[in-house]
Design a protein around this ligand. Sequence first.
Ligand code: GLC
Length: 432
Amino acid sequence: MVVRGRVRGAVLATVLLLGAGACGGETAPGTDAGASAPAVLDGVGPISLVTGKDISGNLQNQVDEWNSAHPDQKVTVIELPEDADAQRQQMVQNAQTKSDAYGVLNLDVVWTAEFAANQWVAQLPDAEFPLTSLLPATVETARYFKRLYAVPTTSDGGLLFYRKDLLDAAGVAPPKTWAELSAACEKIVPSQPGMSCYAGQFEKYEGLTVNFTEAVNSAGGSVVGEDGKPTLGSEQARQGLNFLVDGVKSGKIAQKARTFKEEEGRRAFQAGELLFHRQWPYQYAKANATDGSSTVAGKFAVAPLPGLTGPGSSALGGHNFAISSFAKNKKTALDFIRYMVDEKQQRANLEKTSQAPTWAALYDDPALVAKFPYLTQLKKSIETAKKRPSVVKYQEVSSAIQEAAYSAMSGTSTTEQALTSLQGKLESLTGK
Ligand code: GLC
C-alpha cells in the first residue's frame, strides 16, 4: 500500500512511504526487499528538464508558459542529441555520478526498467497524476513491477506516410501488404526522378531496433514470446528481416536510407525523395508546413504500416517524464510533470506539432480528428502496438538487434546467420 502524506510549511512536500512489496506483493529486483524506502518529493525552486533534441519545436513554448507563471520555479531545458541511444548514455552517466544537474528526465518508454531497477528515478505516487485519463498502454510503459516511475507525456506509433497525389494519379490504393507496396513502387517510382520507394529509420541506433521489430511482428513473428523467450528462429522472423534485406538488394530502399534516423528521413520525404516513409506522427505537421520548408504539403496521407499478408503492427514508442533520484526541488518537478501531462497542454501540443498525445479523449475529439484524420487509426495502432522487450538490460538487447539487422541489411551476413546469432545473444542476455 502506498501512503501519501502532505506536509504543509514553508514548502509543500509530498511524502511517499513504501513498504516492501508495496504494489501487488512483488519486489522489484535491485531494491532492498526488507526495508521500507521512503522517497520524499519535496523542495520548490528551479529545475532542469533533460530531453532529446526537441524536433517538434514546441517544447520551449510550453516551458516558457510554465516559467512565466512560476518565476521562482523556472524550468531550464537541457537538450541532448537527437539519437535515442546517445540521450540514454548521457542520462545514465549523470545518474552514475549521482549528479543533481538533471531534474525531470524525458525517458524513452524502453528505458523505464533500467532506470527504475537502478533507482535512478524516484517512484511516483499514482494519485498525483490523471492516469485513468491516459491510454492504458502508455501508462504500462511507465511502470516497473506495477509501480509508477514516470508519467507518459507523448506516445508514438509507426505510420506509413505515402504520396497520395502520386498514388491517386496512378490509380493505386494505399498498400496493405509489402507485395502491394513493392508493386506500387514499380509502377510509380521509375517516372519520378530522384525518388526512391521506401525508407524508415535504418541507421544503427534505436530506430533500427524499432524498424526490425516492426518488420518481424508485421510478418506474424515476434522478437521475444509471451514467456520472454527469444523467438528469432521462426519462419516469420526470417520473412520479416527479409523485407528489409530484399528492399536494400532491390534498390527499393536506397543506400542513402541506411543512414537515416528520423530527421534525415523526414527531410528526404519533404524534399519529395520518397514515395513511402515509415515515420512517427510528428512528421505530419512538419511535412504539411506551408512556409516553403516542405515540397509535399497537402500531397501526402498516412496509412497503417503494411505487413506480410495484411496490415502490419507498430512498435510502441513514446516518452515519459520521470524525476531523477538525485534532483533537487522534486516538488516542483512533480508539479511541472502534472502541468505537462494535463489535457490542455497535450491538446495544444497535438495541434502545433501532431505528436501523439497520451490523453485518450483527444483521439475521439471531432475537431482534432478533422484536423488530423489519422488519429483514430493511430489510437488503434498504439492500443495494439507490441512493446519492445521490457528488461533492465534493454540497451544490450537493442544493440544486439541493431547489429543483426545492420549486418543483414549491409550484406555482411545472411538473414539466417544474423537471426541465429541474434537468437543466441538474446538467449544469453535474457537467460531464457
Ligand atoms: C521515437 C519513439 C521512441 C523510439 C525512438 C527511436 O522517439 O518515441 O520510443 O525509441 O523514436 O528512434
